[in-house]
Design a protein around this ligand. Structure first.
Ligand code: SAM
Length: 264
């Protein structure tokens, strides 16, 4: 390590120390020409340093101002790297990227795990056309993201993410590749924006329907959705060979969309 830093658990600081893993993230991200990369949590800049050579621009958000000396020393000559010293979750991302006119926008980051879901929700809700997200996350969370209907890990976040993105687990990363060593293994996942996904007519109501369906994991759809028009829901389920005694974890994305479009 070529720097001194007091690692902060509260910011989820586990820095990557393995050059092979960093290179693999870059290769697997397949960054096209003229791309703006948004990085959340550059830390000591190990990934940023690779990104700046593979992308037109890098815009990084770092909450920990104790890293200013390290990052400024590393990137003061790099015109294509900008660091915003703030909490990513509080930013107006659309405004932050308005000065860039790159053709593509990717998010590539080894993110702080304690805010994995808020980060992804923020990206999706920003309304910006982010074509691909390549992020390192906790292995168990990665399994939930890419779970198939019928499996234990299939949940409302799976449906939510699969509505927008094609999700792939790229590779796993051992605890030993980080300083300090975390308690959990990690996985790098890629979320590629779906272009031809059938849409729900009312997306807000669709997402609420999905959340409500999974509200009590052990309850079936009849019980979790008792405030909805059960007759209409049943009609769709029967056309799929199912009924209201089914649990949400067996319902695929397309069926949820069909139910939603029947109801709203
Ligand atoms: N990218 C670096 C690497 O791979 O070595 C560091 C990754 S570390 C897991 C997560 C980083 O996110 C830390 O530098 C931490 O300070 C930063 N961070 C935590 N919460 C944040 C937030 N809300 N907004 C921006 N950065 C945050």
């Amino acid at each position: 390590m070529d720097y001194q830093h007091n690692f902060k658990k509260k910011f989820g600081q586990n820095f990557l120390n393995d050059d092979n893993i960093l290179n693999k993230i870059i290769i697997e991200s397949k960054i096209p020409e003229d791309t703006l990369i948004i990085e959340i949590g550059p830390g000591s800049g190990a990934l940023t340093n690779k990104l700046k050579n593979s992308a037109a621009n890098v815009l990084a958000y770092e909450i920990d101002t104790d890293l200013k000396n390290i990052l400024t020393a590393k990137f003061h000559d790099d015109k294509n790297v900008k660091i915003i010293w703030d909490d990513f979750l509080n930013r107006d991302i659309a405004k932050d990227i308005s000065e860039y006119d790159n053709k593509n926008i990717y998010v590539i980051a080894n993110i702080p795990y304690y805010i994995t879901t808020p980060i992804i929700e923020k990206i999706i809700n920003s309304g910006i056309d982010i074509e691909k997200i390549v992020i390192m996350i906790q292995k168990e969370v990665g399994e939930r993201f890419s779970a198939k209907p019928g499996s234990r890990d299939y949940s409302s976040i799976t449906v939510f993410l699969n509505y927008f993105y094609e999700i792939k687990e790229l590779f796993t990363v051992s605890k030993n590749c980080f300083t300090p060593r975390p308690n959990v293994d990690s996985v790098v996942v890629s979320l590629e924006r779906k272009k031809d996904q059938i849409r729900a007519k009312d997306e807000d109501k669709f997402f609420k329907l999905v959340r409500d369906s999974f509200q009590y994991k052990r309850k079936n759809l009849r019980n979790n959705l008792k405030n909805y028009d059960l007759e209409k829901i049943e009609e769709v389920l029967v056309s799929k060979g199912k009924d209201l005694t089914t649990r949400a974890e067996t319902i695929d994305l397309e069926t949820f969309i069909e139910i939603s479009n029947k109801l709203f």
